[in-house]
Design a protein around this ligand. Structure first.
Ligand SMILES: [Zn+2]
Length: 241
């Protein structure tokens, strides 16, 4: 039997609800984006869960703020020896100084950045963001083409950008989808889950039972993919530790 779970949106915050055989309700905030997850006793109704989340909103906002500060403090230096994630795999960064445009390539367990000696960490990070963006755009185009006939809706536009608290969002009227640049660091299964989640919003705006039923039909293992997305390693690891 699969774990019972649901989505709720409380005061604009997306909440994942997992029903368990427990006595008390627990609220947790997960890195890197501050996803809110509620473990609730089975048969607890939505209104009670909503109320519990509303009461803990100041605490949730504080946790999210702390996570954001932690991410800022561990901004990558883009030097040899750092570990970086690409499509869910961990690579060791190697910097090769050479003139010209900053470029990246992946071979074995190594991610190589070719960059001029005087290029700043900021410039290298910017170039890496563009590299992720290009890879994501390519993958997303294929996913949208695959899922449009299944979902039965067309995506008019998809934008990849940095988002502080969400993996994706969707404007139903314009059929415009936004996806978080950080998805380039996660396993492709996670990207597919977010694409299907946002496309499902073209059919159902709210995180309700209908939405969950649609997700169960389209992507029966969506819960495992969501869990992988929200429990993935933090970004501030150094290779070898
Ligand atoms: Zn959603």
């Amino acid at each position: 039997m699969s774990t019972a779970s649901a989505y709720l949106t409380v005061s604009g915050i997306d909440v994942d609800v997992i029903y368990k055989n427990i006595k008390n309700l627990h609220i947790a905030v997960y890195p890197p984006l501050g996803r809110v997850r509620v473990a609730a006793p089975e048969r607890l109704d939505d209104e009670t869960i909503r109320l519990a989340v509303v009461q803990r909103l100041p605490w949730i906002k504080k946790q999210r703020e702390q996570l954001r500060n932690a991410v800022r403090q561990t901004e990558r230096e883009m030097v040899t020896g750092e570990s970086h994630y690409v499509w869910g795999k961990r690579y060791r960064l190697k910097v090769i100084n050479e003139p010209g445009r900053i470029r990246f390539d992946v071979a074995g367990k190594r991610l190589t950045v070719h960059a001029p000696k005087d290029s700043t960490a900021g410039k290298r990070r910017e170039a890496m963001d563009e590299w992720y963006r290009t890879a994501l755009k390519h993958e997303i185009a294929e996913l949208i083409a695959k899922w449009q006939p299944i979902v039965g809706r067309s995506v008019a536009k998809c934008t990849v950008r940095r988002m502080k608290t969400k993996w994706g969002s969707c404007n139903r009227e314009s059929a415009h989808i936004w996806l978080n640049l950080e998805l380039g660091k996660k396993h492709p299964n996670c990207l597919e889950y977010i694409v299907v989640h946002e496309m499902t919003h073209l059919l159902e705006r709210n995180h309700n039972d209908h939405f969950t039923e649609l997700m169960d039909t389209f992507l029966p293992d969506w819960r495992a993919r969501r869990d992988e997305l929200n429990t993935a390693p933090l970004r501030n690891e150094i290779w070898g530790k």
